[in-house]
Design a protein around this ligand. Structure first.
Ligand code: G3P
Length: 215
């Protein structure tokens, strides 16, 4: 299973990279806006930090414009993946990107049917947003299971990238289901390291060691 980090913060990418947790990066317009830096500069900087795919999202909503914008993004670095929102124009752009050998990540996917259409269009990756579905009382991980099953039934190459991750449980379930990738906020990666019994055990070992070695 590949782990991407869902951030536009260079320091978070560096920290996660030091720990061996980064196979790629996803960004979105909200994360870029939060970084406060120019879009293309942020993407170029991120692409220098990681060897794996870096998703950069187009802002246009019209197919030709998306294609033009995506081609500019793809020129920034060889590991850029053009992130395209799920919509009809987006699918036209995805098909054209595929014909040009440019990788895509279809984002804002909230139903198995949207994921099926993205795969048909030739998406490299598809991003089901699990947390935002959970937010409206729909079990997000059920959609992931359905998408994996559909792609397996028909041997689609499109990778399932679990997005809008909010907790370690999303990652555990995604791994059990066999999702190809999860894109994870750094905070959730850190939460995944913790277990109260690990922390209690470390403390006990240290206390015993210190007692035995007291002069
Ligand atoms: O990769 C998509 C992700 O950034 C969206 O997450 O938490 O805004 O739903 P969230």
């Amino acid at each position: 299973m590949k782990f991407f980090i869902d951030t536009a913060e260079i320091e978070e990418i560096r920290q996660a990279n030091l720990r061996g947790w980064v196979d790629g990066v996803t960004t979105n317009p909200s994360l870029i806006a939060k970084s406060g830096k120019p879009f293309h500069d942020v993407i170029k900087e991120i692409c220098k930090e990681v060897a794996g795919p870096v998703s950069a999202e187009v802002i246009s909503l019209q197919a030709e414009e998306m294609f033009r914008e995506g081609k500019e993004l793809a020129k920034l670095a060889s590991n850029v993946v053009v992130k395209v929102p799920m919509c009809e124009d987006g699918m036209i752009a995805v098909k054209k990107f595929k014909a040009e050998g440019i990788k895509t990540n279809v984002t804002l996917v909230f139903s198995p049917m949207q994921a099926l259409l993205a795969a048909k269009a030739g998406a490299t990756m598809v991003s089901p947003f699990v947390g935002r579905l959970d937010d409206i009382g729909v079990e997000g991980m059920t959609m992931v299971d359905q998408v994996i099953q559909m792609y397996q039934n028909y041997d689609f190459d499109t990778e399932v990238l679990v997005a809008s991750v909010r907790s370690p449980m999303h990652i555990q379930i995604a791994a059990e289901m066999g999702a190809d990738i999860a894109t994870i906020p750094f905070k959730v990666m850190q939460q995944m390291t913790h277990h109260p019994l690990t922390e209690k055990g470390i403390k006990q070992f240290m206390d015993d060691w210190n007692k035995a070695n007291k002069k």
